[in-house]
Structure formats: structure tokens, C-alpha cells
Design a protein around this ligand. Structure first.
Ligand code: ZN
Length: 169
């Protein structure tokens, strides 16, 4: 029986970091979303291949996911992911780690190595890191405001002091 809740609960769409994969309907926690597909390379071959879609399966094999037919390659990284990767034999699959609402961007954690190699320098665009940066900017603004107030107070003191000196004459 076919229902609207059948095969593809997602679409490719515009995201903060280029393209991304977005849920088109609610995806329950634990539900399989998509498979990360591509030719199987040995890890030696993968070391020579230069692309950021290489996904290491185990200590022998890597999947080269650079083909656009591999829809999973559009899934972006998040430090607060709503999806996760799991392995079934020689397959890499992605499932919901919690309930994902319709319209929400699907993201999983790429792991520290990838983050350091490809994401760190250009600034992580995930919600968690954006919130963190916004928080830092706010703190800086507040500190700046406090500094400015301090300067005004100091200036007022000087004015009062010189006024006293003037009247005292
Ligand atoms: Zn992040």
C-alpha cells in the first residue's frame, strides 16, 4: 500500500551553507531517511582521491559520495544534529535522531576531523555555532556600552571638578 508517507520525506533546498536537505513532512525519531551512496574505494584509493565527500566505512573501505545522485551528500553538518549516521554492513545510512518537523533542515554531525579540515576556518553555519557567535557579539556590545558609560562618568567627574575649582576661586 502506498501512502504519502512513503519513500522520500525530504527535498534539496537553499541553506545557509549552499544547498541542504530539508524535511517535507514530519520524520519520527529513529526513522531511516536516506542512504549515503557511491563507489566503494579502498582507504588507500581514498587517500589519493581529493574530495570532501569521502565517507570512511571502516579501516578498509571508504564510500566516495561525490556524485550528485547521492542525495545524502546535500545533508549539512550540525554541531546540534537532528539526524545521525549508522552503518549496516557496507552501507552508510542516515536516520532521524529526534523528531524532525516538516520544513526543518536535516543535519548530522560530520565529526571532529572533517570539522577541523573543512568547516572551522570558514565558520560553522549550524544553529548552535550561530547562536554562540550571536551571544559573543552581544556580550561584546554590552562590554562596549559599559566602557562608554565609564568614559561618560569620568568626563562628568572632570567637568564637576573643574566647576568646583572655578567656583572656589
Ligand atoms: Zn556548528
Amino acid at each position: 500500500m502506498k501512502t504519502s508517507k512513503s519513500r522520500r520525506p525530504y527535498r534539496i533546498g537553499r541553506s545557509r551553507s549552499g544547498l541542504g536537505l530539508f524535511a517535507t513532512q514530519e520524520i519520527p525519531k529513529g526513522r531511516f531517511i536516506v542512504r549515503y551512496t557511491g563507489p566503494l574505494l579502498t582507504n588507500e584509493q581514498a587517500d589519493r582521491a581529493e574530495n570532501k565527500y569521502l565517507f570512511e566505512l571502516n579501516n578498509r573501505w571508504t564510500i566516495d559520495g561525490k556524485s550528485r545522485r547521492n542525495t545524502a551528500r546535500y545533508i549539512n553538518h550540525s554541531c546540534r544534529p537532528n539526524a545521525e549516521v549508522y552503518f549496516v554492513r557496507h552501507e552508510i545510512k542516515i536516520r532521524a535522531r529526534k523528531k524532525i518537523a516538516a520544513g526543518e533542515e536535516i543535519a548530522y554531525d560530520y565529526g571532529k576531523d572533517h570539522w577541523n579540515a573543512y568547516i572551522k576556518d570558514k565558520g560553522c553555519q549550524c544553529p548552535k555555532c550561530r547562536e554562540k557567535r550571536a551571544g559573543e557579539r552581544k556580550r561584546k556590545r554590552k562590554a562596549g556600552a559599559r566602557r562608554a558609560q565609564g568614559k561618560i562618568k569620568a568626563a562628568l567627574k572632570t567637568v564637576r571638578r573643574s566647576a568646583r575649582t572655578f567656583h572656589g576661586r
